[in-house]
Design a protein around this ligand. Sequence first.
Ligand SMILES: [Zn+2]
Length: 275
Amino acid sequence: MNIYIRCIIMILKSVPSLPLILQGRFLLLYFMKILKLNSPNFDKRPDNSSIDTLIIHHTNMQDADSALKRLCSPEYTVSSHYLIDKHGVIYQLVPDHLRAWHAGISSWRGRESVNNFSIGIELDNQGAEPFPLQQIDSLIALSKELITKHPIEARNVIAHYDIAPHRKDDPNHFFKWELLASEGIGIFPNINYTAKQKVLSNLSYEDIIKIQHKLKIFGYSINPTGEFDFQTARVIIAFKRHFCFSSFLNNNQELWTLEAEKKLNHLMSMINEES
Ligand SMILES: [Zn+2]
């Protein structure tokens, strides 16, 4: 069954003479099949917990089949609710209402153990490669369905590295959060300015406290210490990977830049408007 659906999607998407409505997203949405697999790696969510967060991962494995094998094998005790392969085929491994084991030690907006209240989506990716359009189209379609079904706020559509900045870096910097936000999924500060890579140095104790405080309000697990310590460096790397990807690779990742400062301030005003 899997292979038939995969073939139909691939053949139809490769025919250029098909009318536009039968191509791309329309076709994908029409044919969006979620293939069910049964991972044994789950348990019950805590009583009275609701699903309000969506976590995006990349698999960091050779291919989708290897990742599916691992995520469905009892010996690894890891899983996710969904996996999307590079052709855009969506697999569901654990039903939404159960707790998949994808986040590990994690925290967001003051709550620990993000598995309790989140859905995890894995993207088939070897770790340092771009995400194909078909895969992102499926992610957009699936995410739209999930944020309609569950009360997931835009600011709670985040990366594995956002909730575990000290140990995770997925999805990689090729992942386009801005594109997702333009489809109504997640939050992204769109602002134009020059000199965005300018590093803000010689910040005072009070300046650093303010940055830490804002990062904490946005959701990151960070203690306002007034110092650019290790925990702050890791959170800044996560923040820049998510919101400053164009300059992320161009300077030391943990340096605080004008772009980061302006985008964090813009996010603060966006979440204030939301609440
Ligand atoms: Zn991950």
